[in-house]
Design a protein around this ligand. Sequence first.
Ligand code: KIV
Ligand code: ZN
Length: 390
Amino acid sequence: MTDISKQDRVLIFDTTLRDGEQSPGATMTHDEKLEIASMLDEMGVDIIEAGFPIASEGDFEAVRDIAKQSQNAVICGLSRANFKDIDRCWEAVKHAARPRIHTFIGTSPLHRDIPKLSKDAMADLIHETVSHARNLCDNVQWSPMDATRTEHDYLCRVVEIAIRAGATTINIPDTVGYTAPRESADLIRMLIEKVPGAGDVVFSTHCHNDLGMATANSLAAVEAGARQIECTINGLGERAGNTALEEVVMALKVRNDIMPFRTGVDTTRIMNVSRRVATVSGFPVQYNKAIVGKNAFAHESGIHQDGMLKNAETFEIMRPEDIGLSETNLVMGKHSGRAALRAKLNDLGYDLGDNQLKDVFVRFKALADRKKEVYDDDLIALMHDSSSDE
Ligand code: KIV
Ligand code: ZN
């Protein structure tokens, strides 16, 4: 494996507080946003998209205060393609040590049709608005919304215009989660190869999860040359959500042998941030969610538990400590075997001989048939029952 410090760095752009919060019902309070932003900053996220300052007074204040408190991360705000939005965004982010303005416009035929802009008129508007943003801030990101459904020749044309106007990051959104991994890679590769000036900017990928491919599409884009991934904690976001930060970061860590890229994220903080985002957004994490789901490091079947007790690598490809969990969870249920029961009872302070274990195992199986999950307290009660029977 190559020396990881020499590998290309992929920037992690977290948009939990902007695209994530756009998820219906996921509204967070001012203080909660500041708390999440500081957790993201401490975790080593490179860019935090803190909100959409023109959207409301509350959003403006949150972006401004996050900009003021940020220690390391670049703080970014979103704005549509008009001077008023961009100015408002700058007023909020300018307090950061490292501010960024992110401006966007829908470039696909469907989106061009809404403001009834011709291709030429939209190209002029992109030039004017990106230039305006660049006059305010030397770190400007531009996004052609619905890029994956935009004609390729037009996409190349507008990306070139944005670069000429001073954009430093070009973000390619798969706004409706429509693309697939090979297409996602081809699109980034085509832009890097065809657009003059492409070598002077960072290409970014922004995927939605409507077809469950956001993580795969983001990683494919990185393999094709993108060096920024936009994502959210727990994959929070509109409809089926955005690329999940924990998934792309852990995929790059665990499969660094085939995807040799590094991020600056301290993965041991993932679980804490995930739990906090779930609480403040009111969006619980599904049990079998990759990396941060309750069952992601839980094993119930006897074969798996037995394997885990002998060598954790049999059924786990990453260590729970890597994401900040203290240990693997051996869930006791009807699929559990004798070895797991013995280990669990040992943890609870009971050291049983073989005959005693045999007896308790029979009772445990009977209980597990009646109950979905057998908790520590159930096992303690079982042990008390067996000692009172003696
Ligand atoms: O999904 C999208 O297109 C967006 C843009 C505003 C970047 O969130
Ligand atoms: Zn989005």
